[in-house]
Design a protein around this ligand. Structure first.
Ligand SMILES: C[S@@+](CC[C@H](N)C(=O)[O-])C[C@H]1O[C@@H](n2cnc3c(N)ncnc32)[C@H](O)[C@@H]1O
Length: 331
């Protein structure tokens, strides 16, 4: 389905009910697995989005600030090196940090088009309305879709810089990451560039504190996944019976957010017609956030068919990588 106005086109490749069915199936799979897991998509309803926004402003949560400072410092060089006139952004969310790139494109006079791509139609529409006011003449071609399934639907127009920011790549499991990057490379032309933002491995205390702030905002964000399941599915989670945990898993080089059941309890999943049992002390994994080294990013991008053009890092350890397609890669 496509909605069009003078400046804004929205292609919908994901219907709300279809997306809801798919995350509901995942919910049953995850909560009946051993160990239990729940997809991070359950964090995000209106309250969850507001809590995430609060997290990004916490002193302990360095990734957003580090990435914004890298974009502020290097956007002009990124735009010059990519030669782009079209900015595509995967998992664009509120498109806040994107303004550094749009400003740099605007300054070189090459800004033609912005293509935000996200599962949340409401979020991309809100961001598009704000950006159309801020950049008169900018054409926005938004895509509502799942980046595991709909990368082929991204408009093939202009010379494109494809940004994937916010460390979202780290929320993909290694088994998802490799096909995702290969698919992405296969949709890009030789003139296109990829801009990837990812968090780096660092001392464990800094990492764990970023996901377990003393003011408890991240704990509320984590428990919001249960409140969201209660309101969407009619489940009967008692969020207060679950304790927030952030754990560094050194073997897999990722932070795990977990919810630990403080009591023996049964939870009815409402419309999913399933009841799940939690032992006291049993943990439910709600998110992984992989942390990288520059060498690992280089290796994974090379393996997927990219060549790294430049890398920039910021304290306390965050990486922006500019890459293009390798001409020797195999389709
Ligand atoms: C961690 S937020 C990052 C948002 C923004 N890029 C930033 O840096 O602040 C991840 C974003 O990716 C979107 N997202 C998550 N899974 C997705 C998927 N499978 N396909 C498309 N978008 C997805 C979410 O809706 C959310 O807006």
């Amino acid at each position: 389905m496509t909605d069009t106005s003078a400046e804004l086109t929205v292609d919908e490749h994901l219907r709300e009910d279809e997306w809801f069915d798919s995350i509901s199936r995942d919910c049953v799979d995850g909560l009946t697995s051993d160990p239990k897991w729940l997809s991070p998509v359950w964090f995000y309803d209106e309250v969850g989005s507001r809590l995430f926004d609060e997290i990004t402003k916490l002193d302990e949560y360095y990734p957003t600030r580090a990435e914004a400072s890298l974009l502020a410092d290097h956007a002009a060089e990124i735009i010059e090196r990519s030669g782009a006139d079209t900015l595509v952004e995967l998992g664009s969310g509120t498109s806040d940090k994107t303004e550094h790139l749009l400003d740099a494109l605007d300054a070189t006079g090459t800004l033609e088009r912005y293509v935000p791509f996200d599962v949340s139609g409401e979020t991309v529409r809100n961001a598009a309305d704000r950006l159309i006011d801020r950049y008169p003449g900018l054409r926005i071609h938004a895509v509502v879709g799942d980046f595991h399934r709909h990368l082929g639907e991204i408009p093939q127009v202009g010379r494109r810089l494809v940004a994937f920011l916010g460390g979202t790549i780290g929320n993909l499991s290694p088994g998802e990451r490799s096909p995702f990057l290969r698919d992405l490379a296969s949709t890009m032309s030789d003139d296109d560039h990829l801009l990837l933002g990812c968090d780096l491995v660092k001392d464990h205390e800094t990492l764990v504190t970023a996901y377990d702030d003393p003011s408890g905002v991240t704990a509320e964000f984590n428990r919001n996944a249960l409140r969201h399941a209660n309101s969407r599915l009619g489940a009967d989670f008692v969020p207060e019976n679950f304790e927030h945990r952030a754990v560094w898993n050194g073997q897999d080089a990722w932070i795990e957010m977990r919810l630990r059941s403080t009591v023996d309890q049964d939870v009815d999943l409402g419309s999913l017609d399933t009841t799940v049992h939690f032992e006291a002390g049993e943990e439910l994994r709600t998110e992984i956030s992989a942390k990288f080294t520059p060498a690992r990013i280089d290796a994974e991008l090379t393996d997927a068919g990219f060549v790294v053009v430049a890398m920039w890092t910021a304290e306390p350890g965050y990486l922006l990588t500019l890459a293009r397609r390798s001409i020797t890669r195999q389709e």
